[in-house]
Design a protein around this ligand. Structure first.
Ligand SMILES: [Zn+2]
Ligand SMILES: [Zn+2]
Length: 175
């Protein structure tokens, strides 16, 4: 592979506005039937530049950004996923912003318009959706189950009671 070339044999996935890296990586992996380790291997992230013992893709899908992805890692990933490194960086929390790894949060009204998990929902300062003026959900409003990591969001419903994310919008409290 030449530097800058995009793997022609992989399906490309278009990022949504505001989409978190975890959600994007999950969609990309499913479109290409790749495991986290398989994607890491394709991007050659599993070797010398792997940090902390765990594979980078698996860590990033859980929002474990300590240490954050390096520029070198983002550029390597960019070649595989066909989305440039600057765009990938927008899927990460800005360095000055504190992150909440748990619970995973959701604005169901946003999800109805654009089916993705947004990175800003995990910022420490974020309590509500500024565009819908609704409080974010941090669990299923019907059964209380926590949301899975966004990389595993496939059909947009609660894994326990199957209430859809779209149906959850009516449970969100106004601010
Ligand atoms: Zn919203
Ligand atoms: Zn539920």
């Amino acid at each position: 592979m030449e530097p800058g070339d995009i793997n022609p044999w992989l399906f490309q996935v278009e990022p949504y506005q505001g989409e978190s890296l975890s959600h994007f990586l999950g969609r990309f992996r499913r479109a290409n039937e790749l495991t986290p380790a398989g994607l890491g291997k394709a991007a050659r992230l599993g070797g010398a530049i792997a940090v902390g013992g765990a594979l980078p893709i698996a860590r990033w899908e859980k929002f474990r950004f300590n240490p954050p992805p390096s520029r070198q890692q983002l550029e390597a990933l960019a070649k595989v996923v066909g989305v440039d490194a600057d765009r990938l960086e927008q899927m990460l929390p800005p360095t000055e912003v504190g992150m909440k790894i748990e619970p995973i949060r959701l604005c169901a009204a946003c999800y109805t318009e654009s089916p993705c998990h947004k990175i800003e929902w995990q910022f420490k300062v974020t309590q509500e959706c500024a565009s819908h003026h609704l409080r974010l959900l941090s669990e299923c409003p019907n059964c209380g189950a926590r949301f899975k990591v966004p990389a595993l969001w496939v059909d947009g419903h609660c894994e326990r009671c199957f209430l859809t994310f779209a149906q959850m919008a009516s449970y969100q409290k106004a601010i």
